[in-house]
Design a protein around this ligand. Structure first.
Ligand code: NAG
Ligand code: NAG
Ligand code: NAG
Length: 616
């Protein structure tokens, strides 16, 4: 954060007037006021802060401080994690996997997915902290404002530029830069990237609006989100030279990281190093999270050493570093990192302790976990709302039922209404703790208060029924929720598929597997599911099932040599000869390998199977 602003991020600290003035001035600079002389630089974003008579802005000190313009304006917001079409019950609670339904082999996959979620939390949280309370600021005032109009556009097809022009045609004064910046920030927070980008583009066309590097960084980030990486690179290349500085480079780096382009990101880091743009931890943090999400943990230490030569790690660096230790199950290193953090006089936050607690739980050091989770709770406030969910899941993993209920009560007392993610977290906690009646009660409560019909919540209860092999109850439950207007998702059908796989009911699981696949535009293949399905089909020498599964996979655009071999194996086991397999493989553009030939040779002498079953 801005070295002025960060004082404000410590809720328990009294805020001195000096700090307030600092933020004020820093914020003013972010709005592009050209106000000599230079007062100082924001340590985080290097925005130059100017001194100036405060009367010029015409609104109160306090109001401006709440905006945190300085850092929020300069920092490109990381994109929220994209919601892939199929996620096995993605639970927002830290590093937990709920679906015990999936066999243990799958834990590695779950881990990778959870790391993604976790990194997203780290990034989101740190950004959230940088723009606390902007909502309150922007929604004050009431009446008809340009901001209100732009925020109410909602549909992407509507144009922000048209709205601004109309505003001016009605005789209003041209919007000031700080107002537009604020609107852009609000729009980004609502993920309304197209409208935010249109406002940015409008600003660049105004002669009397002076843009600073931070504005271009935001602009670049929006282009990445709306038009993609190529456009962002082009935008960067076309920037005026003096704007191709530290901030826009960081934004481009962030774009590479979001697109998982390790080589490009590394090349850009080299360039940034040559230009001496690496004097703050932000770009390094981008790189660390890139390495972690790619499993390149060995590079994490190296980049941290590099960071230390140029600048000092911040709490995000330490949290990422701890995450790397946790992934390696390396308790000793993690403890050393915590010591180093304390020595650097950096205040650990809830994420620091959440990561440590997770690690201790994995290490079966429940006593240490108990003490770190207390530290974590001590750093959990209204502002760090997502931390409550993490607390729930950590206490659940430690089997602390009383604490889980206590935290839930605390949440209910602190917030007007629990959101869907929080219900998901609590319901799955209750399920994990074996309190099924409690889980069902809470589900009913959610049904009565939420109104979102979010199928992810239903999926938690459904998974619990299916886990307990209560397939009939699960089916009834599913019918019931559909009648209430919940739309089943891929996960819903995949859960049923797993449930009937466990029961070895070929007809049923194929039925649900077909439903699962037709519920998504593009299926991202789940190898484990396919293998298990073929395994059970083969066990039962169920050649019709094999044909049907092959047809489903073909529809989903997922046939390959391995699939055909699994398919043939069923025929071998059944002692039957499949028809025109080589022709079918040719038609599907699938190559035959040695195993295919071996299996074909084996079936050659067997009797012919029923021709009518073959679906093309
Ligand atoms: C916990 O960590 C210690 C120290 O790294 C290690 O020796 C031990 O095997 C770990 N225990 C488990 C259960 O992972
Ligand atoms: C929690 O924080 C308070 C002050 O902020 C401190 O006095 C107390 O010792 C802390 N508790 C724990 C368990 O760290
Ligand atoms: C399959 O059989 C043919 C002839 O019967 C033989 O030439 C070929 O080597 C066999 N292939 C495999 C992989 O066993």
């Amino acid at each position: 954060m801005c070295n002025f602003c960060d004082v404000l991020h410590q809720p328990n600290r009294s805020v001195s007037i000096v700090a307030l003035v600092g933020v004020y001035l820093c914020a003013a600079a972010a709005c592009g006021w050209s106000l000599p002389p230079v007062l100082g630089r924001c340590r985080h974003c290097s925005l130059v802060c100017h001194s100036s008579p405060s009367s010029r802005w015409g609104f109160g000190l306090r109001r401006y401080c709440r905006l945190h313009l300085c850092c929020a304006a300069a920092q490109p917001t990381p994109a929220p994690p994209k919601a892939p079409n199929k996620h096995p019950l993605k639970i927002p609670c830290a590093l937990t996997d709920l679906a015990g339904l999936r066999p243990q082999i799958n834990s590695e996959i779950m881990l990778i997915r959870s790391v993604g979620t976790y990194l997203a939390v780290i990034r989101q949280f740190s950004v959230a902290a940088a723009r606390t309370d902007t909502v309150a600021a922007s929604s004050s005032g009431g009446g008809d404002t340009l901001g209100r109009r732009l925020l109410s556009l909602v549909y992407p097809k509507r144009s922000a530029v048209v709205a601004i022009n109309k505003w001016m045609e009605e005789g209003h004064a041209p919007p000031r830069k700080y107002q537009l910046n604020r609107i852009v920030r609000e729009l980004r927070k609502d993920k309304r990237y197209k409208h935010a980008l249109e406002v940015c583009e409008w600003m660049t066309l105004q002669k009397d609006i002076k843009l600073v590097a931070g504005d271009y960084a935001v602009h670049l980030d929006l282009i990445t989100k709306v038009r993609g990486l190529n456009s962002a690179e082009k935008f960067f290349e076309d920037l005026p030279d003096r704007m191709r500085g530290r901030q826009t480079c960081s934004a481009l780096l962030h774009a590479y990281v979001q697109n998982n382009l390790v080589n490009k990101a590394e090349a850009l880091m080299l360039k940034m190093s040559e230009c001496d743009f690496l004097r703050n931890p932000l770009p390094y943090n981008h790189m660390i999270s890139l390495y972690i999400s790619n499993g390149k943990l060995e590079k994490v230490l190296k980049i941290i050493q590099e960071l230390k030569m140029n600048t000092s790690p911040d709490v995000i660096t330490f949290n990422l570093w701890l995450t790397a230790c946790a992934l390696k199950n390396d308790v000793e290193s993690a403890e050393r990192v915590l010591l180093e953090l304390k020595k650097a006089k950096i205040d650990p936050d809830w994420l620091t302790y959440s990561t440590l607690t997770n690690l201790y739980i994995k290490n079966a050091s429940l006593e240490k976990a108990g003490s770190t989770v207390k530290e974590m709770e001590n750093r959990t406030y209204r502002k760090t709302r997502v931390a409550y969910s993490s607390l729930l899941s950590l206490h659940t993993n430690m089997g602390n039922k009383d604490d889980v209920n206590r935290i839930w009560k605390k949440m209910k007392a602190s917030f007007r209404k629990m959101n869907d993610n929080e219900y998901i977290c609590m319901i799955s906690s209750l399920v994990k703790l074996g309190d099924f009646a409690g889980a069902e009660d809470l589900y009913r409560e959610w049904e009565s208060v939420s109104g979102t019909n979010d199928v992810r919540v239903s999926n938690v209860l459904l998974a619990s029924y299916i886990n307990q092999d209560q397939m009939e109850i699960a089916e009834n439950f599913c019918n019931e929720i559909v009648q209430k207007g919940v739309i089943p998702s891929y996960t819903t059908w995949e859960l049923f598929t797993w449930g009937y796989l466990k029961r070895k009911n070929v007809e049923k699981f194929l039925d649900y597997f077909g439903k699962a696949i037709s519920s998504v535009k593009k299926w991202s293949p789940n190898q484990l599911l396919v293998q298990q399905a073929f395994k059970i089909i083969e066990e039962q020498a169920h050649t019709e099932g094999a044909e049907e599964l092959l047809a489903i996979l073909k529809n989903a655009g997922h046939v390959n040599t391995n699939i055909y071999n699994l398919f043939l194996q069923t025929y071998v086991t059944a002692g039957k000869m499949p028809l025109i397999v080589t022709e079918r493989m040719k038609k599907d553009d699938v190559k035959l390998d040695e195993e295919t030939h071996r299996l074909l040779n084996l079936t050659r002498k067997m009797c012919v199977s029923d021709v009518s079953r073959i679906s093309s």
